[in-house]
Design a protein around this ligand. Structure first.
Ligand code: UFG
Length: 343
């Protein structure tokens, strides 16, 4: 049985391919390499001993997608990661975000029944909850969906709706929607990890590049929030734990007849950690001193969010296992590996 992983050379995608292969699935990757490198396949192969099938194409190209389904008739499930994901860029260039993120999903959904593909795991985000009010923290899957703060976040909401209405219309497809909190860290082998192109926007790659001396100083955005140490709070989930949740989700859509046709799960640790705590934990776990200072708030930032993850534990039998020290060390080892490769 094969699983199609769109965006499979990307950050979360590559870690998920590893876990799928280690669970015995055959994997076909589709990626247009717009935000990832082909060498990721070598990293995956060194970890698992098996090279996944790879097709370079854009999921917006329906004819090309169709050829892939025809070439691999044993595809039974899809994990759809391929999407644009930079929040700030989506505000500046909304139309490419809507086109890419919506058309890719629609193409896949249209082709699924034609090729007898039954299961879809969709990468959503806790961004659909916006800033939850205090009584909704930690957020559950039933917490209100709030107006999106960016076109990127809006595409996740619309994509969830598209899947919901499509399955509601009686389409022969089952889906699990995973709402990720903040994925961080790298594979313990340091063979794969996050590859930010240009100046990182996300916290952890900025931290590791600062620790490595590539960036002069980390700016902590905002120290006037209504949180215990006045910095923002997030639920940082280890990317390998997150990848494992996809294997559980795939097993559920394909092999659990009693599962509802569409199910939604929060995928996080269940704990909120502040930006300052991340910085302090990084220094303690790695022994590396991090130059940092406070800076004004970043526009569009949510003050605090973390997830209630009981549903994933109960229904999927999945829980985050890694501790933050180990996860931050894995991110640091990956940064060091990247520098070795460049030198
Ligand atoms: N931060 C800093 N300095 C930096 C970078 C980040 O202080 O240089 C802070 C941010 O202000 C925020 C926290 O670190 O408080 C995390 O920021 P990230 O950019 O790493 O992550 P976000 O929570 O903003 O966004 C991430 C993903 C989105 C996703 C969202 C869901 O990038 O794709 O989580 O909440 F939608």
């Amino acid at each position: 049985m094969a699983i199609l992983v769109t965006g499979g050379t990307g950050y979360i995608g590559s870690h998920t391919v590893v876990e799928l292969q280690q669970a015995g699935y055959d994997v076909v990757i589709i990626d247009n390499l717009s935000n990832s490198r082909i060498e990721v396949l070598d990293g995956i192969t060194r970890i698992t001993g098996k090279r996944p099938h790879f097709e370079q194409l854009d999921c917006c190209d329906k004819a090309a997608l169709q050829e892939v389904f025809a070439r691999y008739p044993d595809i039974e499930g899809i994990i759809h990661f391929a999407a644009f994901k930079a929040v700030g860029e989506s505000v500046e260039k909304p139309l490419p975000y809507y086109r890419n993120n919506l058309v890719s999903l629609i193409n896949l959904l249209e082709l699924m029944p034609e090729y007898g593909v039954r299961g879809l795991i969709f990468s959503s985000s806790c961004t659909v909850y916006g800033q939850p009010t205090a009584e909704h923290l930690p957020v559950t899957e039933a917490s209100p969906i709030q107006p999106a703060l960016s076109p990127y976040g809006n595409t996740k909401q619309i994509n969830e709706d598209i899947i919901r209405y499509y399955i509601g219309s009686g389409a022969p497809v089952k889906s699990v929607i995973l709402r990720y909190f903040n994925p961080i860290g790298a594979h313990p082998s340091a063979e794969i990890g996050e590859l930010p192109i240009g100046v990182p926007q996300n916290l952890i790659p900025y931290v590791t590049q600062t620790a490595a001396g590539i960036r002069k100083e980390l700016r902590i955005f905002g120290n006037d929030y209504s949180t215990p140490d006045r910095t923002c709070i997030r639920d940082y989930i280890y990317v390998v734990d997150l990848a494992k949740a996809h294997v559980k989700a795939m097993d559920r859509v394909l092999h659990t007849p009693e599962a509802e046709p569409i199910e939604v799960f929060n995928i996080g640790t269940g704990h909120g950690v502040s930006t300052l705590e991340v910085v302090e934990t990084f220094e303690r776990a790695t022994g590396v001193k991090l130059p940092w200072s406070y800076a004004p708030r970043r526009e569009g930032d949510i003050e605090q969010i973390w997830g209630n993850v009981d549903k994933a534990a109960k229904v999927l039998g999945w829980r985050a296992e890694a501790n933050l020290d180990d996860v931050l060390r894995s991110a640091w080892h990956w940064q060091q590996r990247l520098q070795e490769q460049e030198s």
